[in-house]
Design a protein around this ligand. Structure first.
Ligand SMILES: Cc1ncc(COP(=O)(O)O)c(C=O)c1O
Length: 435
């Protein structure tokens, strides 16, 4: 912090022509340390200061991992909150593909897609992803966040006067993209098609329109009414943009997401996904018709001005996407695990939230208590589940979000349920009547 204060002093000296500040001016100077400290203090006082847990996953033995926080040496833990939903990040085919690519072409891509970084792996993966969603083309980004931000902000700039209709629970990356587009935004109540229609009907029919929503909302574990939204898009001549980040790899016969499962992909203009969750590696993408992909490829700064994904990562994703197109074993095992965990929690009277998806959220409703439950689980039971706080979820709805995978066994789930019941009693948390 000395250097910061040094900068301030230096600036003060320069602007004062080398003279000492007068006491009054000194009083008015920004105290940077104080501003930063109070920003962090605010988080502490609200009980939502984030502590990152220091872990290493054990290759091939997921959900087993080692935790380095507050112990002498690593302590074995079970991970319950990973978005590597199907453990594809540990899959032998994925690891072999990455090793092979590393030894064949080296570590990085060496450039942006336009300048040296357009490897054959990237082209193959885009073809594979376009096919996954039955679209003409796809485009890779360095993350799902970047794909949402870059695409939404660019689309609305290319469509002057565009109005974007956004579900109120859309992810921060979509909100950032919409804000960065400078377009007018109209927020509709979560999954409320009547409200969406009202807003569409109020908008000038001559305006370009884009409806942006998610398929699986990962914190509430519910699913969008895709066909009803597409009906409205057709009626009011709007484009549709769906974030399938929590659904790709997970739903549909080939892992094409809810839009594949519900036979709606052909009705959606742009499908966005991540390569870092069910596909187990890293990166993001959109799939759409050739014209839209060409526009984003040509205009989006978040695509153009950044080093392309490492071919090693892309090779791993290629293996994961190809595997999950052909194999439903992982999806089915995950679905069974999620169903069992929901039943165990409900039978034990734990406040499991209604979920029609693979995600199992447990409501706590208070940031301090959510953190406390998570701390006890880790310290005493070797269970790792991160508390979810504002702004990821609204205040007062803080929760624990469990993501059981194909490798979480019934015995692990029974043990976890027992631990939670004990902690719920210890902290005097509210339980429902056990079923
Ligand atoms: C709905 C949604 N969209 C986009 C993202 C960003 O994806 P990525 O983690 O690949 O950046 C997330 C991340 O959790 C998400 O939940």
């Amino acid at each position: 912090m000395h250097s910061l204060q040094g900068k301030v002093d230096c600036w003060a000296k320069r602007t004062a022509g080398g003279m000492q500040c007068l006491p009054k001016e000194k009083e008015r100077r920004v105290n940077y340390e104080q501003v930063f400290d109070s920003a962090i203090d605010r988080l502490h006082s609200e009980g939502r200061y984030r502590v990152f847990i220091d872990i290493l996953r054990n290759k091939g033995a997921y959900p087993n991992a080692r935790c380095f926080a507050g112990h002498n040496g690593p302590k074995p833990i079970t991970v319950w909150c990973s978005n590597d939903y199907l453990a594809m990040g540990q899959h032998p085919k994925v690891i072999a593909a990455m090793e092979e690519a590393l030894h064949d072409v080296g570590a990085g891509s060496g450039g942006t897609r336009n300048i040296g970084g357009n490897t054959h792996y990237h082209i193959d993966l885009e073809t594979e992803l376009a096919d996954l969603h039955d679209k003409e083309a796809a485009l890779l980004f360095t993350s799902g966040y970047v794909s949402n931000d870059a695409t939404l902000s660019t689309l609305a700039k290319v469509l002057p006067g565009c109005v974007i209709f956004s579900d109120e629970l859309n992810h921060a990356s979509m909100i950032a993209g919409i804000r960065n587009s400078g377009a007018e935004k109209r927020v509709f109540r979560h999954n409320d098609v009547d409200h969406l229609e009202q807003l569409l009907a109020e908008t000038d029919p001559a305006c370009p329109k884009l409806i942006a929503f998610e398929s699986v909302y990962s914190m509430d574990a519910d699913i969008a009414p895709i066909h009803a939204i597409c009906d409205l898009a057709e009626k009011y001549n709007a484009l549709t943009y769906i974030d399938e980040v929590h659904a790709v790899g997970m739903y549909g016969a080939r892992g094409g997401g809810i839009s594949e499962r519900d036979d709606a992909a052909h009705r959606i203009d742009i499908i966005e996904g991540t390569l870092g969750k069910a596909f187990g590696v890293m990166g993001g993408y959109i799939a759409a018709d050739r014209r839209i992909i060409d526009v984003i490829r040509s205009y989006a700064p978040g695509f153009i001005f950044t080093t392309s994904l490492s071919p090693v990562l892309v090779a791993g994703v290629l293996a994961a996407v190809r595997h999950l197109k052909a194999s439903s074993i992982e999806r089915e095992a995950q679905g069974q695990a999620a169903a069992l965990l929901k039943t165990l929690f409900a039978d034990a009277g734990l406040p499991v939230m209604p979920s029609t998806t693979h995600i199992v959220p447990l409501m706590v409703g208070d940031p301090v208590r959510a953190k406390k439950v998570s701390d006890i689980l880790l310290a005493e039971y070797g269970v790792y589940v991160q508390p979810i706080n504002f702004p990821t979820v609204p205040r007062g709805t803080e929760r624990l979000r469990f993501t059981p995978g194909p490798q979480h066994t019934p015995a692990m789930m029974t043990e976890l349920t027992g631990a939670l019941v004990e902690i719920w009693q210890r902290l005097d948390l509210e339980r429902r009547k056990a079923a």
